[in-house]
Design a protein around this ligand. Sequence first.
Ligand code: TUI
Length: 311
Amino acid sequence: MKDSRIKEMFGVEYPIIQGAMAWIADSSLAAAVSNAGGLGIIAGGNAPADVIREEIKKAKKLTDKPFGLNIMLLSPFADDIAKLACEEKVAFVTTGAGNPSKYMQMWKEAGIKVIPVVPSVALAVGMERIGADAVIAEGLEGGGHIGKLTTMVLIPQVVDAVKIPVIAAGGIGDGRGIAAAKMLGADSVQIGTRFLVAKECTVHINYKEKVLKATDIDTVETGRCTGHPVRVLRNPLTRKMMKMESEMDDKSAAVEFEKMGLGTLKLAARDGDVQNGSIMAGQIAGMVSKEQTAKEMIEEMVGEAYTLLNV
Ligand code: TUI
């Protein structure tokens, strides 16, 4: 990964992109990751454009290194955030939870690099065809909204299907994961869950503690019935949701789920209600056990990976 095309594309030191976590990945975390030599990202999530514009402005004050903006395509403000990327001329955009085709021309004309998250070979190929600069192939080990394939099987198949760089995501949290991703043909990695407990991550302390205490089997997948399944840490809310899913037909459970919506993520991430809120995190949470600065995390992971890869 010393010879990473993503590193060259952005002139950064390390092939590590920070995961875009709605209500969590703000200017503080994004600037810390970029200042440490990785690529930080501000998550648009479900927030309106003026809130995200402020975060971009703050990040520009905190770092002169490149950082990105994530557009969560299910957001009612997705169109506004997509335009905001052009107005603020962020270095790159990533997209999640959908197909960003309709924005592609606008972003390319603004000179922004476009890196969609894809859960399948078909979408990766489609994104390359319409001009994506790279893709993030995310396995179901990841936190939040997920696809149907694991990282282990998704990465090599996407790598074989496209010529643009492939960034591996889902289940990566240390140097061994980074080295494994490289072995599968990935150019770089995206890491979310480990950065949840970075000192610069402003998520509520209760959320951090849940991640720090999580074991390997503590995440569950809820909401397959809605078509938008999410991986979260088990808690009273997930018990309620899973009961609902098992007792109702898929359609009425889906309606109830949608009502809960993203409000539950905000409840856990900002208000610290980890009983009734949604604690999105990946399966690697079981291995995330110490709070460090983003710089310490990145240097530790890269050191481990380069030793394993003998580079
Ligand atoms: O987007 C994410 N992770 C997220 S988004 C989010 S907010 C949310 N909360 C509740 C329900 C839904 C969303 C929390 N975590 N990761 C990237 C990702 N994108 N994973 C999977 C996908 C994906 C899935 C289907 C991308 C494209 C896609 O395409 C379907 C299509 O339209 O072709």
